[in-house]
Design a protein. Structure first.
Length: 275
């Protein structure tokens, strides 16, 4: 059951993550909380004394305006959908905002974040990774090119038998129950034995929950896993990808697994990840 959702609102002209969170809230009749960050000005230490106070204040005012505009867009969308909603502006540095968002997300069933747009800087990337590795909650990453709301005609579950993938499957159950088609996809470097169907046990587990699934094994010896996943998602017209998020924290910096980083950088459909 999804009863409450938190979303990191986009600060650009469009906000795919905010719109998607509203759509998920509608589908599950859930409360949605929108967080907009007013980022503190970044001042290089070497020139701190040489920057006029007026310049710093102008940067701060611009950041406040972007956050307030994001809040206004989200509140209008939530009102049109008659959603239970709340909003909050967080004033912080990039790392401070990421830490706050992850901590707040621990008190919600689901976090929704927008994929980092290369044209908008690294802020969203830092928050995305903190939400995944520090919140303890499932996170849906929404591509910055995404249009429309929640669609679950076909859900693709990436399965490698690992702990993170197991957690993702469990966390995605509310979405899987609403899906029209579910496909378990296993990617291997070599073909399996004729009498071996990897993922069959997971299929049986989901069947006990009343879900009908197909199992597909892809052999990909030469292509990286992320590219294989995204290519198959495009070929199969998947509406959502479910997968484990792999990585660890080192000196407050997140070191992502290759497939996880590749998906976050190049996703074309919403991706539910759990760590």
């Amino acid at each position: 059951m999804i009863k409450d959702i938190i979303v990191n609102l986009g600060l650009g002209a469009k906000d795919p993550a905010g719109d998607f969170a509203v759509a998920v809230g509608e589908a599950f009749e859930a409360h949605v909380a929108g967080i907009a960050v007013s980022y503190e000005p970044i001042i290089p230490g070497a020139v701190m004394g040489g920057i006029p106070p007026e310049f710093i204040e102008a940067q701060r005012n611009e950041a406040d305006k972007k956050a307030k505009d994001a809040i206004a867009r989200f509140e209008a969308a939530a009102k049109r959908s008659s959603l239970s909603a709340e909003t909050r502006v967080v004033s912080a540095s990039v790392s401070g905002a990421a830490d706050q968002f992850a901590r707040i997300a621990r008190r919600f069933d689901l976090a929704v974040v927008g994929q980092a747009d290369p044209a908008e800087g690294i802020q969203d990337e830092v928050i995305d990774e903190a939400a995944l590795f520090e919140s303890g909650r499932p996170v849906i990453h929404v591509p910055f090119i995404h249009k429309g709301g929640l669609k679950l005609d076909r859900v693709m579950v990436c399965w490698d038998g690992g702990r993170a993938a197991t957690r993702a499957v469990a966390d995605s159950m509310p979405f899987l129950r609403k899906a029209k088609q579910i496909e378990i996809v296993i990617i291997g470097s070599k073909a399996g034995k004729d009498n071996e169907i990897a993922g069959a046990d997971l299929g049986q587990h989901l069947a006990r929950h009343g879900l009908k699934v197909d199992v597909k094994r892809i052999t990909s010896p030469d292509i990286d896993v992320a590219s294989t996943i995204l290519s198959y998602a495009a070929d199969s017209s998947a509406d959502m990808i479910v997968m484990g998020g792999y990585g660890h924290s080192r000196l407050r910096e997140f070191v992502l697994g290759g497939a996880t980083r590749g998906i976050l950088e190049s996703m074309t459909v919403p991706v539910l990840m759990s760590h």
